[in-house]
Design a protein around this ligand. Structure first.
Ligand code: F6R
Length: 613
């Protein structure tokens, strides 16, 4: 979603802002802009469309002098994508400039009050209310910091704000609530950003602002304040990952690069947590007594992370014998769940910022449940708010469609299941040892799925089916959950209408949609249920479907008699099988998207981090 970058220093601000914004493009946006406070006060360049247009118009920033500035990529919420709705937004009269991520919930009321004061609005954005309110307070009190404080006291909702004032040409103020904001320390210069990738080229030393915190800074100084306005010392953290991790490095797309990074991401997530043949989850206390006292586990997330929750439900329930339920965060938060201290809520999120997931976590805490987060982004809101965190060490994920974060979330689910099953005595020693050796070899097994031969085979299938309008994914049990993920991938990156159904459910309605040439992707990797899924494949074949089946090598011959195409995956410890059946589905979506000429890394209408409801 929207991205923010800000700079105060001695170098020309505009090129730094544009470079920072280019690193935020992956989040999804529809317009971009910068505002620089220089000899020309609060000079704004912004427009609807791609950042490259802004770069060309400003000669890569060279045409905009000044050493203090804010930049923004906007993903429209209030008001259509347009030049006037793009950020930065100026106050009426042009004294204040603001970039904003989030949503101001009481904007309509505040807008009316400000209109009553004779203030004129140009845009449809909620951000303009913030700019005008600061300017109004500033006119009353004559002090920039006080005016921002008073404004923050009036607005409700979520926000990360970067603010400039015409009368303070060397100063910036930033404040946040429920939307990420990072402060970066340079040498004689300072930065803000909504995402560390925007400033990583400039600095590795950062502080994460907490909710309600504010910073007022110049090139050589920064003063942080608590929500109550008292000065605070912020802990400085060092970013350890390399910028190369957030660059394409020779791949055509980030999505393909991240698919290929999965073996490493799995190693980084799994290996440090297996010591002397035992799962060790540092900082996560799940004693046998606590686990035995548990009434229920909820697994709560959005999108792909929700499908990890579905896989976790099957896995935890089967191996730990604890009733478990996967829920979409957007539903969970409003369904009045029956929760108290006897329940554990596991929250899964790559970004750690997804608005619905964060709200679900807060609701779970409010009701007294214990919360455990599985998160990729260190220091994110969900990581901070949960009672305990297990990080997925996937590294920065840039493509909008998740791949390696999904794989590592699943890996954490396996580790957690093993840990809990052992504590509860529901996993035998022999079974435990098989899981562990399966986990230790899982990254290599995934590597084995990324050979040229496999890629070529899937590319051919993708080309063959790229003209299809509809697709159905069918499977049972773990295969059914992985089908959900495969189907979501296909619709989001290849813009193909696609639905996933548990194979047994097909006859209860959706089979009426199967006709000549309908594409059906089936996943049949579970030994116990193989015959049943095969029967479902026969049913759709009989109605004219073109069937592609992902299955175990042992079943390939039998499947080939029914399906039009067979992709085999090596057999691993059964609970880990989804990590392998996933890979061809990711590649199928990727190559379908390429064949159909789609913008793979930035699919239309989608954003990487969904920070609004
Ligand atoms: C799909 C995808 C999304 C995310 C969802 C949750 O490829 O990436 O469905 O999984 O928006 O995001 P996080 O995990 O950041 O909470």
């Amino acid at each position: 979603m929207c991205g923010i970058v800000g700079y105060v220093g001695r170098r020309q601000a505009a090129p730094i802002l544009l470079e920072g914004l280019s690193k935020l493009e992956y989040r999804g946006y529809d317009s971009a802009g910068i505002c620089v406070n220089g000899d020309t006060p609060l000079q704004i360049c912004k427009e609807k469309g791609r950042l490259r247009e802004l770069v060309a118009r400003t000669d890569n920033g060279a045409a905009v002098p000044g050493t203090v500035g804010i930049g923004h990529t906007r993903w429209a919420t209030h008001g259509v994508p347009s030049d006037v709705n793009s950020h930065p937004i100026l106050s009426d009269g042009g004294k204040i400039a603001v970039v904003h991520n989030g949503i101001i919930e009481n904007e309509a009321k505040l807008r009316q009050i400000l209109i009553g004061h004779g203030i004129h609005f140009q845009s449809q954005t909620d951000t303009e209310v913030v700019a005008n309110l600061i300017a109004w307070y500033y006119d009353q009190c004559g002090d920039f910091l006080t005016a921002v404080r008073q404004t923050v006291g009036q607005i409700t909702g979520s926000y990360a704000l970067g603010i400039l004032c015409r009368d303070y040409p060397d100063t910036m103020i930033a404040v946040k609530k429920d939307s990420p904001l990072i402060f970066g320390y340079g040498n004689g210069e300072n930065f803000i950003a909504s995402d560390v990738t925007a400033i990583l080229k400039e600095t590795r030393t950062v502080s994460y602002l907490d909710d309600g915190e504010m910073v007022m800074f110049r090139a050589d100084s920064a003063a942080f304040f608590s929500p109550e306005g008292t000065p605070v010392e912020k802990k400085r953290e060092t970013i350890t990952w390399e910028l190369a991790a957030a660059e394409r490095g020779g791949y055509d797309h980030f999505m393909l690069k991240e698919i290929f990074e999965q073996p490493k991401a799995l190693r980084d997530t799994i290996f440090p947590r297996i010591r002397d043949g035992q799962v060790v989850l540092d900082g996560v206390e799940l004693t046998p007594e606590y686990l035995k006292s548990l009434r229920k586990i909820y697994l709560v997330a959005c999108g792909s992370a929700y499908y990890v929750s579905m896989l976790a439900k099957y896995t935890i329930e089967k191996h730990c014998r604890i009733p478990s339920e996967a829920m979409m965060a957007s539903e969970f938060r409003y369904c009045e769940p029956v929760l108290d201290g006897r329940d554990l809520v596991i929250i899964i999120s790559q970004s750690g910022e997804t608005a619905d997931t964060l709200a679900a976590l807060r609701e779970a805490k409010r009701l007294g449940a214990r919360t455990l987060a599985i998160v990729n982004v260190v220091g994110s809101a969900i990581a901070k708010a949960a009672d305990s965190v297990i990080y997925t060490w996937a590294g920065p994920e840039i493509a909008v469609a998740t791949t390696k974060a999904f794989s590592t979330q699943l890996a954490v689910v396996y580790l957690l299941t093993l840990h809990m099953g052992k504590a509860l005595g529901t996993i035998s020693d022999a079974e435990y040892a098989s899981w562990i050796s399966g986990l230790e070899t899982l990254p290599d097994a995934v590597s084995g799925m990324l050979t040229d031969v496999h890629l070529q085979q899937i590319r051919e299938f993708a080309a063959r089916y790229s003209d299809r309008r509809d697709a159905f994914f069918i499977g049972r049990n773990l295969d059914s959950a992985i089908c959900q993920e495969g189907s979501l991938k296909l619709k989001e990156v290849a813009y193909l209408h696609s639905e996933a159904y548990p194979a047994g459910e097909l006859k209860h309605g959706p089979i009426s949609l199967i006709e000549d040439g309908t594409m059906v992707v089936s996943v049949a990797s579970g030994r116990k249920l193989f015959e049943k899924t095969l029967a479902n494949i026969r049913e759709v074949k009989a109605r004219g479907a073109d069937v592609l089946c992902v299955t175990l090598e042992d079943f390939a011959e039998e499947v080939a008699q029914q399906a039009d195409g067979v992709i085999t995956v090596p057999e691993v410890f059964p609970a880990l099988q989804p990590s392998l059946t996933l890979i061809p589905l990711q590649l199928l979506s990727y190559y379908m998207a390429c064949s159909r000429g789609c913008d793979v890394d930035k699919p239309r209408n989608l954003a990487k981090s969904v920070t609004v409801e």
